[in-house]
Design a protein around this ligand. Sequence first.
Ligand code: SDX
Length: 423
Amino acid sequence: METAKLIIRGKEYDLPIIVGTENETAIDIRKLRDTAGVITYDPGFANTGACRSAITYIDGDKGVLRYRGYPIEELAGKLRFSSAAYLMIYGRIPTEDEFLEWRKQLTLNSFVHASQVNFFDNFSALAHPMNILGSMVSSMSSFYPYDADDEDHINLNIQRLIGQVKTIAAFSYRKSVGLPYIYPRTDHSYAANFLRMMFATPAEEYVVPKMMENALDMLLILHMDHEQNCSTSTVRMVSSTMSNIYASVSAGINALWGRLHGGANEAVLDMLNQIAQDGANYMKYVEMAKKKDDPFKLMGFGHRVYRNFDPRAKILKTAVDDLLNEMGIHDPLLDVAKNLEEVALKDEFFIERKLYPNVDFYSGILYRALGIPTEMFTVLFAIGRMPGWIAHWMEMRDDPDLRIQRPRQIYVGKNLRHYEAED
Ligand code: SDX
């Protein structure tokens, strides 16, 4: 067995080396504290592997992203989202019969529980759709209790989660604009159902434009998983306590909401609008983003793992041009985004720190072209990410290394002192 040698205060320790299928190499420190009496320190876990996983592979230096071994470029725009979701969760692409049955079950199980629909009447009118989504998914555990050891129960609740996340999203939008709810149909794809539930009127037939259905399919697939990102790690953290799938995924939704994570797509649109209204003064904003004491960051730029182009951003940049041309739309914010990208990528600060556009930089322009309101962008991210969260929840259940996740710390507080009551 290959080992790493650690010398601490003159004493040597041999630590096993673990190598992954793509030759990713890790030092196994599971016995470090017991043998050497020390721990490692890695705030943000940038250098720490939390698990072994067979779901997604990323090579941040080469800009590679694969789901179950398939390059993202061979899936996005080629498969239906529900077919890719099946691959993500069950590890293989479904046969045509399996796909049709799976898609039908996703639709039949996508009706929000009749008692739960009333919840929409009681959220604050100011409630952010991510707040509604997280609350509704968490409360699903009270409507659908299940036996965690029963595979049929697990698969039924997986279908409910993937099916109902889009219904909850669409209903929260319809409620916010005072429109009646539209219900899904088994003769529509997942993406077509969502767009119909968002924009149809009960007064007449609504035909979902194929180019919009295809664009949304591709968008959802691009967001489906990203190995141990913050929200997925949150799902794993909560799942490690044996909490139910709804509570675990709801925690992931709340982690995704943050503007440094999934909330960035909404923040990118706000930033592009701010720059557009400020005379498109790109250099001013690039300079602001470089200042340590200025909280402004170029939203949609930078990534913990990618030190090259985010492959999703490359696909999205092309898809935005194609869809807007096909729809005959000219979105001035796309020009702002492209010019900002060009200026930033020539700037030494961004070059030195290997800061490139990430998945959130162009996705908002596409959502806008589909008619999705800005405050729903992160909800769309959550809809796409749902199969990934579920796949990680499933993988954890069978992980022989599974332990409750409980990091250690370096204490820097007061030394022992005693309380002396005043006379
Ligand atoms: C997602 O992890 C995933 O996989 C996430 C995700 C997924 O699919 O799940 O890919 C989705 O969350 C994409 C990221 C969306 N967030 C944003 O676009 C927000 C803007 N980006 C930054 O906040 C930042 O780049 C992060 C949060 C994405 C990454 O943060 P890191 O890895 O902790 O990097 P860092 O903050 O330590 O930055 C390193 C340096 C710093 O400068 P110095 O201290 O070296 O001088 O780069 C600078 C940072 O100030 N920097 C930026 C910047 N991002 C990093 N400076 C200006 N603008 C930025 N966007």
